[in-house]
Design a protein around this ligand. Structure first.
Ligand code: B12
Length: 312
């Protein structure tokens, strides 16, 4: 593909195309959909041609073609898809209809949850991951979906089995979300977990996906870990950042004291980030840990950049 002289960072390309950075890399690595140039140090740089092609691919995928199919086409063929000049056999098209607005997406996902259709729900998540940026996908679809599931469950309008089945899909989907993106070996390490007796994991998995998207080498070390194990993981990996997610219960005295213990076990240079619905209920312990409490995932990218630059 002919390259023009001007080049751009992946962040710029993501903003221009509306695609997440993890997805741009995944389309390149898995499907050879584009061929970005590399700097001498191996960093990817993108041309106007790359941006144009990614926009065409995005359009093709959002009208129902799989990225595998779309990546095999030339720009000219991709351009003509809109006019339906190329027809793939129907059964090879992505089955679920494209949901246009946030509410449509949410309603479509909820329908799959009610129908206990794990494959259907996964399909909707996959489609949304193509159409949306990572933060839009997490904060605009998956988090509100689970808030709604929680509400319907509490009111008796959904059974525990619906919530369990949906959680199983989300858990596996979120675990794989950062999979396509392999950080540089020199990238700083980031550990995510839920502390003692904390069994709600989706928030932690979202944090892991966000940090991976930002180029950190992320390890999710599992849930309900006592402070000794968390500290051991930090020592072994030399990670600079530890993220904890705290959801329920809000008043566990054992967790309070375990968090205080964590303060003694962690190196002072480690940045501790804490979020989740009940994080503020452990204020005293978190204060003594000098933890940064964050209420929104959207704040994470800026904060991680600042930590990387050493400005916080
Ligand atoms: C799924 C779910 C479960 C699953 C959890 C599966 C799993 N392995 O994760 C199961 C079935 C196990 C479960 C069990 C229970 N649950 Co529950 N559960 C939920 C539900 C429906 C969704 C939670 C979720 O994952 N949400 C999606 C995530 C992504 O949202 P989030 O955690 O808030 O994270 C967001 C932010 O907080 C932030 N964030 C989170 N962590 C971090 C960390 C950092 C560093 C940063 C930057 C940001 C960040 O980012 C996310 C995106 O915005 C909620 C409903 C709700 N309103 O949340 C109830 C809910 C949390 N559960 C609740 C309850 C009561 C229970 C049970 C006691 C029910 C029971 N009677 O058995 C048990 C307790 C189990 C236990 N021992 O802890 C209550 C808690 C009420 C409270 N606070 O007092 C809720 C709110 C439901 C309700 N009644 O309204 N639950």
């Amino acid at each position: 593909m002919a390259k023009t002289k001007k080049t751009y960072s992946i962040g710029y390309v993501a903003r221009q195309t509306g695609l997440g950075t993890h997805l741009i890399r995944a389309w390149e690595k898995r499907y050879a959909a584009i061929e970005p140039l590399r700097t001498e140090t191996g960093r990817r740089i993108y041309s106007d041609d790359d941006i144009f092609r990614l926009s065409l691919l995005r359009k093709a995928v959002s009208t129902g073609f799989s990225i595998q199919q779309a990546a095999a086409l030339s720009n000219q063929e991709l351009s003509s898809l809109g006019a339906r000049k190329i027809a793939f056999p129907r059964e090879t098209r992505v089955a679920a209809p494209i949901a246009e607005t946030e509410n449509d997406r949410l309603a479509a996902c909820l329908e799959q949850v009610r129908a206990l259709d794990a494959g259907g729900l996964q399909q909707h998540f996959l489609k949304a991951s193509v159409e949306l940026t990572t933060i839009q996908l997490l904060e605009g679809l998956i988090a509100p979906l689970f808030a709604e599931i929680g509400r319907l469950w509490r009111e008796g309008n959904l059974r525990p089995v619906h919530e369990h089945a949906a959680t199983a899909v989300a858990r596996s989907f979120l675990s794989n979300l950062s999979g396509p993106y392999r950080a540089e070996p020199s990238a700083p390490r980031f550990i995510v977990t839920t502390p003692l007796h904390q069994y709600h994991v989706l928030g932690a998995l979202m944090v892991a996906a966000m940090a991976a998207t930002e180029g950190w080498r992320v390890t999710y070390i599992g849930e309900s870990l006592p402070s000794e194990e968390i500290a051991a993981a930090m020592r072994q990996t030399g990670a600079r950042v530890l993220a904890l997610s705290i959801t329920y219960p809000p008043d566990d005295p054992e967790l309070q004291s375990d968090l205080l213990k964590l303060g003694d076990l962690l190196d002072d240079s480690i940045t501790l980030l804490v979020g989740g619905q009940c994080a503020n209920r452990y204020e005293k312990a978190l204060h003594s840990l000098r933890a940064k409490q964050i209420t929104s995932l959207a704040r994470l990218p800026d904060l991680l950049r600042q930590i990387r630059e050493g400005s916080v």
